[in-house]
Design a protein around this ligand. Structure first.
Ligand code: URP
Ligand code: ZN
Ligand code: ZN
Length: 476
């Protein structure tokens, strides 16, 4: 099958070029001006941008959390992602507490294989970092699961102590993996939250009030220092607070290989959204949405522009308002944490970043596609270039539409952005050469998505050699 995309403007992270694109089978075969070559189908991209498919490096399909499961399955979530211009996700498999990484990995393959509509990889959530599992980390890296998420939050569920984090960091200096950190001081947050509930503050706003920005800053700084001591790079997921971004920037200015992502919710929503009685439960996620007056959004945008933050993930983790978020009526601590967003990321970042002039079109593409491909070891993705996978989106930078639960494809009963107009939308979405979305019509299928064995050669690999400190001897 040969598909010719004619008349568009290719927007890559490193260049913007007027050129046609020929796709042959699953790959991009040829790029050139006014290509006159035979093709089975021709897509008219006049006036449109031709961009690499979005890569969302942070999703949680069917995540078990707080006694329930995130609503999107791999089928519904990846289909929704595709409608929004995303052609690859990296989801978080979860090690069962007391179990092995491979048990978690097997469970995630069971959820995803034969069901995902777009390509997918896995990170590994470390629930229980026991010394005996350190060699298993090496095996996972060899098998293409190259990152491990550890937490300084959620005591009793996911929290790892400092020694465990240090050992995991040090292991990655041997195996080329990357530690992803959820950095918030969980035990202190739990103490503040208990005080709030004891004093009658049980509404969702309590979730935001208990999680001070400094608790994210403190945990971020602590992990940076542990990473420096271990001689390892580290990547901070879902950064939300100026306090944390300032720690990241300081470390990068020191020359340390420290990386970070933020998510659209921290750029476009705020603590105020949590404040509307129990309706605020729709906006409960961790770290929480931050006070608009705290200057957090400005710091996040600055860091996105300066490349102190390298990418945008969604942390897509949807729970229905009715029946799931409602589990926390009367006690905000029981509201499942997480927001939907996998479908809206590319458009929100275009509308709020490019249209407002904060980001160039190339930087937008870098944040939503090219940088995730590089960071997470996907050399066949993230760029419109000959020889790469034909994950391509014909994007209309002028189309206006309104975000709403009435029209979105995520399996969740509300939108965080209900009624928000946005400019920009994916007209045609191509996954490895197959048109899966054509002007709002679904042409994809469950099982089209392939599991991606990733390579441990992202940013972390490239920078590890530059570390000032050699890795100390390995214990355990
Ligand atoms: O609230 C969130 N972020 N839920 C998903 C789990 C996580 O910590 O990423
Ligand atoms: Zn997290
Ligand atoms: Zn997450």
């Amino acid at each position: 099958m040969r598909t010719l995309i004619k008349g568009g403007t290719i927007v890559n992270a490193d260049a913007i070029t007027r050129a046609d694109v020929l796709i042959d089978g699953e790959e991009i075969a040829l790029i050139g001006l006014d290509l006159d070559v035979p093709a089975d189908q021709v897509i008219d991209a006049t006036g449109k941008w031709v961009i690499p498919g979005g890569i969302d490096g942070h999703t949680h399909m069917e995540l078990p959390f707080g006694g329930t499961f995130a609503k999107d399955t791999f089928e519904t979530g990846t289909r929704a992602a595709a409608f929004g211009g995303t052609t690859t996700i990296i989801d978080f498999a979860v090690q069962p507490r007391g179990g092995t990484f491979h048990q978690g990995l097997d469970a995630w393959h069971e959820k995803a294989d034969g069901k995902a509509c777009i390509d997918y990889g896995f990170h590994m959530i470390v629930s229980d970092m026991r010394d005996e599992l350190l060699p298993e980390m090496d095996r996972l890296v060899e098998e293409g699961i190259t990152d491990f998420k550890l937490f300084t939050a959620y005591p009793g569920v996911f929290l790892s102590d400092d020694a465990a984090i240090f050992k995991a960091l040090r292991q990655t200096t041997k195996n080329g993996g990357l530690i992803l950190m959820h950095a918030e001081n969980g035990p202190v947050i739990d103490a503040v939250a208990a005080d709030l509930v004891a004093n009658g503050m049980t509404d969702p706003i309590g979730h935001g009030l208990a999680r001070y920005p400094v608790f994210e800053g403190e945990a971020t700084n602590r992990v940076i220092r542990l990473a420096k001591a271990a001689g390892a790079p580290v990547y901070f997921v879902h950064m939300s607070a100026a306090d944390a971004v300032n720690e990241l920037r300081r470390a990068r200015d020191e020359g340390l290989p420290i990386y970070g992502e933020t998510c659209p919710q921290y750029l476009f929503l705020s603590l105020e959204d949590l404040g509307n009685g129990f309706d605020g439960a729709k906006f409960v996620c961790s770290p929480p949405l931050r006070d608009i007056k705290g200057g957090h959004q400005e710091e996040l945008w600055k860091a996105l522009v300066s490349d102190d933050l390298q990418l945008i993930g969604t942390d897509h983790c949807p729970f229905d308002f009715h029946g799931q978020k409602e589990m926390g009526r009367g006690d905000f601590r029981k509201i499942p944490n997480g927001l939907p967003g996998v479908e809206e990321r590319v458009d929100l970042m275009h509308d709020g970043g490019v249209v407002t002039g904060k980001l160039s079109p190339s930087r937008w593409v870098e944040l939503v596609s090219t940088a995730p491909a590089r960071m997470f070891g996907l050399p066949r993705k993230g760029s419109v270039a000959v020889g790469l996978d034909a994950d391509v989106v014909v994007y209309d930078p002028n189309r206006r539409h309104v975000l709403s639960a009435q029209t979105h494809h995520m399996a969740v009963d509300y939108s965080c952005y209900e009624g928000r107009p946005v400019q920009g939308g994916a007209d045609v979405v191509i996954s490895r050469g197959k048109v899966i979305v054509d002007h709002g019509t679904w042409l994809g299928s469950a099982g089209h998505g392939k599991f991606l064995r990733r390579e441990p050669r992202g940013f972390a690999e490239a920078t590890r050699t530059k570390l000032a400190q050699p890795a100390p001897a390995v214990v355990g």
